[in-house]
Write a protein that binds this ligand. Structure first.
Ligand SMILES: C[S@@+](CC[C@H](N)C(=O)[O-])C[C@H]1O[C@@H](n2cnc3c(N)ncnc32)[C@H](O)[C@@H]1O
Length: 250
């Protein structure tokens, strides 16, 4: 179960930073003073509570995204812009079964489990597999199975609708991903750098029953809105990774 009971949003801030009431029995300590825990516990969603420095906070129950953004992380997680693209381009929904590796911190697999029927996720490191299991419990997800396994030796799964690949040598699992997929299923490779992606696509090309659908990079640009200063933020556009979508046709 999650350790976050409620979220609190400061009323006077235009760009507010959330605070959390946790299951640790403590009051909420904010940068605008302390809020007694009983005030927050007794508040309904949308009600306001006061800190000892007279700052008003709106109380809300946490949604999936509030809890997801607080998961424990070790490895770099796939950002939301890329998660969303994977979900939309593969048409992932309540009937979809997914095979995923490496699990890492569960950034991708946990979000997929939130929208899909079933997710099997694999990691070669036991501590990462345990971390994802714990993160899944905190999010209340019961449709994700985490396995400690090196997928360069295969997944041991069949008939998946989607296989997602985020490991250092993705070309090594093309054959295994093909075996794990149903006909018509999608293989998605996520790679921060070009050489592993290039080797992955070269391996895909050797199998005439795999079609390369798209290779893309999703560019995300945030804007600021301050009175008449309405423009893209000065901070530059960063890079996360490239996505390659492949389909098994026979
Ligand atoms: C960049 S992380 C994955 C991040 C994950 N997709 C997320 O969104 O949180 C890469 C992971 O692949 C795992 N890994 C590397 N080689 C592997 C292999 N052969 N089999 C399974 N997992 C592997 C690593 O232990 C690491 O946790």
């Amino acid at each position: 179960m999650t350790d976050i009971e409620k979220i609190l949003i400061p009323k006077s801030q235009k760009y507010p930073q959330k605070c959390f009431l946790r299951t640790d029995g403590k009051d909420v300590h904010t940068k605008f003073g302390v809020i007694p825990r009983k005030d927050v516990e007794n508040a309904k969603d949308g009600e306001q509570v006061l800190s000892n420095r007279n700052e008003k906070y709106t109380v809300l129950s946490p949604s999936f995204i509030d809890l997801y953004m607080k998961i424990k992380r070790t490895a770099q997680i796939i950002p939301l812009k890329d998660v969303g693209t994977i979900i939309s381009f593969c048409g992932i929904g309540k009937d979809t079964t997914i095979v995923d590796a490496g699990a890492g911190s569960g950034g991708l697999s946990l979000f997929l489990a939130h929208v899909a029927k079933k997710v099997y996720t694999f990691d070669a490191l036991e501590e990462n597999a345990t971390l994802v299991e714990n993160n899944a419990k905190k999010l209340g997800l019961k449709n994700i199975e985490v396995k400690h396994k090196d997928v360069y030796n295969g997944y041991g799964k069949k008939n998946a609708d989607v296989v997602t690949i985020d490991i250092p040598e993705p070309w090594q699992v093309v054959k295994h991903a093909y075996d794990a997929l149903k006909i018509g299923g999608f293989m998605v490779c996520y790679s921060p750098c070009v050489p592993p992606l290039s080797d992955f696509l070269e391996e895909v090309t050797k199998n005439e029953n795999l079609l390369i659908i798209h290779t893309m990079e999703i560019i995300e640009r945030y804007w600021e809105f301050k009175e008449r200063k309405i423009r893209p933020k000065s901070a530059g556009i960063g890079h996360s990774g490239f996505l390659s979508f492949v389909r098994k046709v026979a």
